[in-house]
Design a protein around this ligand. Structure first.
Ligand code: FAD
Length: 289
């Protein structure tokens, strides 16, 4: 099922992002434990990340196909374009279609860590908008297309205005909805939604929420993705950073409060960055749905 068809039926959706594990043990745990338990939480859809350099592309597609077939949950494959040639993208999309996958999160991707200054070649799509244009030209309405939005603007954007201008361009090229980068201060999301709507974008802007399960991990991750860690988060989590149980408990409480405020102020659902962990999500979703 296409995710945009869900939107016609549901005012708010609750969905999860998972990632393909890097080890065979991780694969077994995800397939035989985590996905079963996540499916019991009845997500409206599940999305699966894609390695920036495409290293785990087969795993992404296999996982999305598995979730659809085994659990009948609409699922979405992330697809990044800068590290693939246009021909490679064409071949991957053929596979996506052959597997019956109907939803793609169309992304540019980041340069590989060992080559951060990589400039995409002439044979590569440089921006997600080019990938979206290709998908719409070649595949018309075969896919529902999501895109990334950055409430604090994309780290490479010179200004917020420019970031929103290019977000509008992605929508004009054919994207159906937006999932945001994580954030911890809801006002940032509310201001972003206002600016995006003022730019004439009427598609859903689903907030991406990370349940905090590690303080050090959070600091490291936010540095790479450009999200701000507000003072209130430092205050809660820094003093308990060496107590994993307390961190998880506080992370659940923080996410519940964050989601409740978002939902009661018009957010069209929540996309949870699950990090392939079930327990925090179970408590959060049961409390906010
Ligand atoms: P783009 O839309 O191409 O934008 C990138 C930058 O270029 C922005 O500054 C934008 O304003 C600017 N820009 C856009 N179009 C133009 C244009 N035509 N001309 C000039 N400038 C332009 N990464 C992965 O590797 N794998 C994943 O699975 C993954 N999943 C993600 C899921 C979500 C919800 C989010 C928010 C991010 C995800 N990312 C993932 C990270 C993402 O790939 C990076 O943040 C990447 O740097 C930007 O991707 P994009 O699709 O937003 O790029």
């Amino acid at each position: 099922m296409k995710i945009k068809e869900l939107f016609e039926k549901k005012e708010k959706t609750f969905s999860f992002e998972i990632f393909p594990p890097k080890t065979p043990e991780g694969d077994i745990k995800l397939i035989h434990e985590t996905l079963k338990e996540l499916s019991l939480l009845k997500p409206d859809f599940v999305s699966c990340t894609y390695g920036a350099v495409g290293g785990n592309k087969d795993k992404t597609l296999a996982l999305v196909e598995h979730i659809q077939k085994a659990y009948d949950i609409p699922s979405m494959a992330h697809l990044t374009c800068i590290s693939h040639t246009k021909d490679e993208i064409h071949e991957i999309v053929k596979k996506i279609k052959a597997k019956g996958i109907q939803n793609i999160l169309a992304l540019r991707g980041d340069p590989p860590r060992d080559n951060p200054d990589m400039v995409p070649g002439i044979d590569n799509y440089k921006h997600s908008s080019e990938l979206i244009t290709f998908l719409r030209q070649e595949y018309k309405e075969d896919f529902c297309l999501g895109v990334a939005g950055f409430p604090e603007m994309h780290p490479l954007s010179p200004t917020r205005e420019s970031d929103i201008k290019y977000l509008k361009h992605k929508i004009d090229c054919g994207a159906d909805f937006i999932i945001t980068q994580l954030f911890f201060d809801n006002q940032i999301y509310f201001d972003y939604v206002k600016s995006v709507k003022s730019a004439g974008i009427i598609k859903r802007i689903i907030p991406g929420i990370l349940p905090i399960t590690s303080y050090d991990g959070l600091i490291k991750f936010c540095k790479t993705c450009g999200a701000t860690v507000p003072e209130k988060v430092h205050k809660i989590f820094a003093p308990i950073k060496d107590n994993p149980e307390q961190i998880v408990k506080a992370g659940i409480e923080f996410a519940i409060n964050q989601c409740k405020e978002l939902l009661s102020n018009g957010a069209p659902g929540i996309h949870f960055y699950s990090l392939n962990k079930v327990q925090p999500l179970k408590d959060i979703i049961n409390s906010v749905r």
